[in-house]
Design a protein around this ligand. Structure first.
Ligand SMILES: C[S@@+](CC[C@H](N)C(=O)[O-])C[C@H]1O[C@@H](n2cnc3c(N)ncnc32)[C@H](O)[C@@H]1O
Length: 285
């Protein structure tokens, strides 16, 4: 990675400090590690995310995958992106540390008749670079559950032949009231607040001599429920909201959901950051 010039801020250390208590896209209960967290949520997660094929397709379209290319999907989950990517590329390697998520991925592959995805059950931090061959594209989508960010990014960079793409939520506090509701609960660990993840990743990359692009993607998600009970049950599972907060959650949701012909709708706005860089020789003029 060329000459490393450390700046005033140690971004790698800052990342470790802000994530010491867990990762913002999960609200695990005390003592529960990231692996068992995803193992136990795999089915519910799969059901929720695999519905939104449009968003997955638009995310995949930005990668410009070619039919001869191979993709390494770090933290592939249940294959929300791996499956549409496998339709466009030559093959996909799906790595995940959660066996529950990979089981769902394999079921999804069978259902969709996809055969060119290879699953690797491993944490990105435990994978030695020599264990895996380089891929044209290396991708991570809301899945950088790592404490050693610098090492993890360096591994992504060195295993990529054409480009690296990292997707992460840009807005820690979403403007829909749900984040506030959740943070009032005791089930959420207090964490040091630092800059949003994408800013830490971007700055650390620059210190590593990697000058990445950032693109902010703005989208709205809509979830429809047939009853308030169903919405309460779904959110309780998704955010591991304890039973004693059920009444409070019900009250919050009854003010939030809107009735339409599709059912009771929960609409949320999300801002996601896409950090990417291209490998290879500079363009000469
Ligand atoms: C929010 S899900 C995202 C899944 C998928 N990338 C997507 O966009 O739908 C996060 C996934 O990343 C996995 N993950 C998080 N940190 C990881 C790590 N260090 N190594 C391997 N997998 C990881 C989790 O097990 C989980 O399946």
């Amino acid at each position: 990675i060329g000459a490393i010039m450390p700046g005033i801020i140690d971004w790698d250390e800052l990342w470790r400090a802000t994530h010491a208590g867990g990762f913002h896209h999960h609200h695990g209960q005390d003592g529960q590690d990231l692996v068992s967290h995803w193992d136990s949520r795999a089915r519910g997660f799969n059901k929720r995310v695999m519905k939104n094929t449009e968003r997955a397709a638009s995310q995949v379209a930005t990668l410009g995958l070619l039919p001869h290319e191979t993709v390494l999907d770090v933290g592939a989950g249940t294959g929300r992106l791996a499956i549409p990517m496998a339709r466009l590329a030559k093959s996909v390697t799906a790595l995940d540390q959660s066996i529950g998520m990979l089981q769902c991925l394999e079921e999804n592959m069978a259902k969709e008749g996809i055969e060119n995805i290879r699953c690797i059950h491993k944490s990105w931090e435990d994978l030695a670079e020599e264990e895996i061959e380089p891929h044209d594209v290396v991708l991570s989508s809301n899945s950088l559950g790592v404490l050693n960010l610098k090492e993890s990014l360096a591994k992504m960079d060195s295993l990529a032949r054409r480009a690296v793409y990292i997707f992460t939520f840009a807005d820690r506090r979403r403007d829909d009231g749900l984040a506030d509701f959740l943070s009032r609960g005791k089930n959420v660990r207090r964490r040091h607040s630092g800059p949003a993840d994408y800013l830490v990743i971007y700055n650390l990359l620059a210190d590593m001599g990697i000058y990445a692009d950032i693109k902010i993607l703005d989208w709205q998600s809509s979830e429809y429920y047939s009853s308030l009970d169903e919405a309460v049950a779904d959110l309780r599972e998704m955010y591991e909201i304890p039973a004693e907060r059920e009444a409070e959650l019900r009250e919050f949701l009854s003010g939030k959901l809107t009735q339409s012909e599709k059912g009771l709708g929960m609409h949320r706005r999300h801002r996601q950051a896409m950090i990417s860089w291209q490998k290879g020789e500079p363009v000469s003029t």
